[in-house]
Design a protein around this ligand. Sequence first.
Ligand code: SF4
Length: 223
Amino acid sequence: MKLPPAPLVRRFQRRLLAWYADHHRDLPWRRTRQPYRVLVSEIMLQQTQVDRVIPKYRQFLRRYPTIRRLARARPEEVRRIWYPLGYNIRPLRLWAIARETVARYGGRLPDDAAALQRLPGIGRYTAGAVLSFAYGRDAAVLDTNVRRVLGRVFLGPRRLARVRGEKTLWDLAEALVPRGRAYDFNQALMDFGATWCTPQKPRCPPCPMKSFCATYPNANGRA
Ligand code: SF4
């Protein structure tokens, strides 16, 4: 796919960051840059709503404040503390990541995408989240919300329907990250998808992207 022209990229970046300044959510994992805490939040947020994650995130970190404490825990106990978030494979993966991080990296999560993706259960999205949210790297993220926003704004329903696989949207996500602003930009993209450009009720009329959004004014439930 041809990437959007530079002026459009800059306009999107500017408008999204301005939108985020006014609308960002105050979430506990945004008050830390510690890689372990960022990782815990990202694993918890997989398949689980923010409202359910917040109290569990706090409880989990009270019980396991460091990656070393988690690595020393018994897996059954980690699973019990995780309950009732569901998807019981996730606490076990997190525990396995903790053990491997302590064993291979001295207890510090790697700041390298390839090394992160060799850890159990860490894919491209989680690696990008750790790199941008904890280490301030210019890494992209692509979750369900980001996919929808980028697909709507830059492709529109017809082109999006022809997209096969993930490469197009990952290329787009990477091309859009403003240098040195990946933290705010990625958080903004995820908030924008979760609260504004939602699956069923996108807020198109007051949207700051509508002048160039490829899906406007036909977004309701279509992309
Ligand atoms: S105009 Fe509508 S579809 Fe386009 S980005 Fe804004 S809310 Fe989403």
